[in-house]
Ligand binder design. Structure first.
Ligand code: ADP
Length: 641
């Protein structure tokens, strides 16, 4: 630094000393700051909280926590919290006189206090009275003092705070919207100074209520008396619970514990204004959120700690109250939450089963959807399969029908002959009758005989046609109980003319007596006709005396057996395993379908068909199960008969 040129010579040493002192001071200051920066922690702020009531009341605990958190955010040094409780609820305010101020002054004589927090009205009043003896120059922040009280106090410089306004007007409006038919209000209160101040405020609110309700005051009773009294109330009554710190007998209480007791007994819903009452049986009310009060007090305190000194008095606006309702209490008193004012906060809403188990429900729904989709797919598949089966059945029926037509084709010559015979006989009889009538040589008896012959021959011809028609008609497959013997006889009747045409004998040996099978008579006939026609074919080259076919029915353990035996050359050993294959034929004009169709019919009836060679000839054996309704004891009895 350059020295000023105009400085007188004799003044130089003093000036130099001054500069040196200044430099030293700067260096020391810098060093000090460096030390502070290097590690010396900033001095903690010490805050004394004086609670006028009971610091452990749930409301104060909640406000205090919010206040401390707010201060910690607003101040960049640690804060040491010191607590004093005046407990004005148990001890009259008179007990908080100069002696108490003296005790506190002495207690904290050697303790630096950076700010004082005053909680509740008794603390503020006490402090304002004894400020000079206590900490006159220290900033003060108060909270939880009613606005009306604050307005009437001369709080002076250096004091700031957050008052509160119990909103009884709004609470009454909420109660009346929930209970529009209520005609009475029962106001419940204690007798502590706080209780009485609240009572005055509630009374004012009730008096300004436009549509006045009948008001009854229940003040100073014990909780037991109150509970008993309120148990007789109904939904015609609104119960307004203020606070009960002390009853008329001098017993001190915690207000929310009293509330829990009386609301459990009350027949009418209970309303109130304090945040910590919610969940203790309060149905609804205009509540001030305590954390907001705490936060605002914390902001004022942080401000005071950041810029110490006595600032002008500053009172913040009381935090606004808003509607809160307890859904459990509404449900208990059958009150509709829809009647609440708009924007009202509804607490303790039990989540529905769906909301509570939403992911499980989702899984169940998904599983059901998947299951339904699977069932739908299976049903669709089943339907398609059924359609395919029906289509197959229809085709099979067509094939069987075509096969019967083919058989009929084979039998045409024999059938024509069979019909021709009676027709010829009818014609001859008719000619004879005509001649005899013309000659006039016929008696009445002779004429009747001729007519009887004509009728018999006609019936014979129509029986042949009937049988053929039954075989050839398209029909729905039917399962009916039938006797194997009957099937054999019907087939025999159709085949006999063909046997005659071929010069063969058809023998029926029907030994199955009583057993019934369940089947389609036409299809089973078709099987027998196929087997017998094959037998006739096989014996085509045999001498006429050997052309014999024997159809036999027998009872067997597995059911009823129908055997078709011929006395021809038998089946070539190499062909035996293939005779039932479709399109296998050893005949020049054979289609090779007869036996495969026969097998499919027998198997569709749950039976079996086998082929074997005998000495001489071949034998086919069809085994059909008995009808399910068949009584085995009856069979045994009839067999032994
Ligand atoms: P198709 O009569 O058109 O040949 P089938 O399926 O009815 O068709 O018969 C298949 C083959 O089985 C016949 O060609 C024949 O070789 C053999 N067969 C069937 N029945 C007899 C039988 N009673 N004796 C000898 N061979 C037989």
């Amino acid at each position: 630094m350059a020295l000023p040129r105009f400085a007188p010579r004799h003044a130089a040493p003093a000036f130099a000393r001054c500069v040196a002192c200044g430099l030293l001071a700067v260096l020391l200051g810098w060093a000090g700051a460096a030390v502070a920066q290097d590690g010396a922690a900033p001095r903690p702020a010490q805050v004394l909280v004086i609670n006028g009531a009971d610091a452990y009341l749930p409301a104060f605990v909640a406000i205090d926590a919010a206040m401390r958190a707010s201060v910690q955010r607003g101040v960049d040094r640690p804060v040491v919290w010191l607590y004093e409780t005046l407990d004005a609820l148990r001890f009259a305010e008179g007990g908080l006189g100069p002696e108490m101020a003296e005790v506190l002054a002495r207690k904290y004589r050697d303790t630096r206090i950076d700010a004082v927090v005053l909680v509740a009205e008794p603390a503020l009043r006490f402090y304002l009275r004894h400020r000079e003896r206590l900490w006159p120059l220290v900033p003060v922040v108060f909270h939880s003092v009613p606005s009306s009280t604050v307005r009437g106090l001369e709080i002076g410089a250096g004091v700031s705070g957050v008052p509160f306004d119990a909103d009884y007007e709004q609470t009454l409006r909420i109660a009346r919207s929930l209970q529009p038919r209520a005609r009475r209000v029962v106001v419940v209160s204690g007798v502590s100074s706080f209780d009485e101040a609240e009572l005055r405020r509630a009374r004012r609110a009730l008096e300004t209520d436009a549509d006045r309700l009948a008001v009854e005051y229940l003040v100073g009773a014990t909780p037991a008396e109150m509970a008993e009294r309120l148990s007789r109330e109904t939904l015609d009554t609104i119960v307004l619970y203020l606070s009960v710190f002390r009853d008329a007998g001098g017993q001190v209480h915690t207000p929310r514990e009293v509330l829990a007791r009386i609301s459990a007994a009350s027949g009418a819903p209970v309303y109130g204004v304090h945040d910590t009452f919610m969940g203790q049986g309060l149905a609804a009310g205009a509540l001030e959120p305590y954390p907001v009060r705490g936060e605002r007090a914390g902001e004022l305190l942080a401000e005071a700690l950041r810029s110490p000194g006595v600032a002008a008095a500053r009172v913040m606006a009381a935090p606004a109250s808003h509607c809160v309702a307890d859904n459990r209490q509404l449900e208990r008193h059958r009150l509709s939450a829809r009647a609440l004012p708009e924007g009202c906060e509804l607490r303790h809403v039990e989540p529905s089963v769906l909301q509570r188990y939403w992911w499980q429900s989702l899984l169940v729904v998904l599983a059901l959807v998947l299951q339904s989709a699977l069932i739908a797919a299976l049903l669709l598949q089943r339907r398609r399969r059924r359609q395919a089966e029906l289509g197959l059945q229809a085709q099979r029926a067509q094939l069987l029908h075509a096969s019967r037509l083919a058989v009929a084709g084979e039998l045409t010559a024999a059938i024509a002959h069979e019909i021709n015979q009676p027709l010829g006989a009818i014609l001859s009889n008719a000619d004879a009758a005509e001649m005899l009538l013309q000659s006039g040589r016929i008696s009445r008896e002779e004429l009747l005989q001729i007519l009887a012959d004509i009728r018999r021959d006609d019936l014979r011809a129509s029986a042949v046609i009937k049988r053929l028609r039954a075989l050839l008609a398209r029909h729905d497959v039917e399962r009916q109980p039938l006797h194997a013997n009957q099937v054999a006889e019907d087939a025999g009747a159709i085949l006999r003319p063909e046997a005659r045409r071929r010069g063969a004998t058809l023998e029926l040996a029907l030994q199955a007596r009583h057993d019934e099978v369940l089947g389609d008579p036409v299809q089973l006939q078709q099987v027998l006709i196929n087997l017998v026609l094959n037998a006739f074919d096989a014996m085509g080259a045999s001498p006429p005396e050997h052309r014999r076919v024997r159809v036999e029915t027998t009872e067997a353990a597995a059911g009823v057996q129908i055997g078709v035996r011929d006395f021809g050359p038998g089946i070539a050993a190499a062909d035996l395993p293939r005779v039932f294959d479709p399109f296998f034929s050893s005949k020049a004009s054979g289609m090779g379908l007869g036996l495969s169709i026969a097998r499919s019919i027998v198997e569709a009836h749950g039976g079996t068909i086998t082929a074997a060679n005998r000495e001489p000839g071949a034998e086919f054996r069809v085994t059909l199960p008995l009808a399910p309704t068949h009584d085995p004891s009856e069979t045994l009895a009839s067999r032994s008969a």
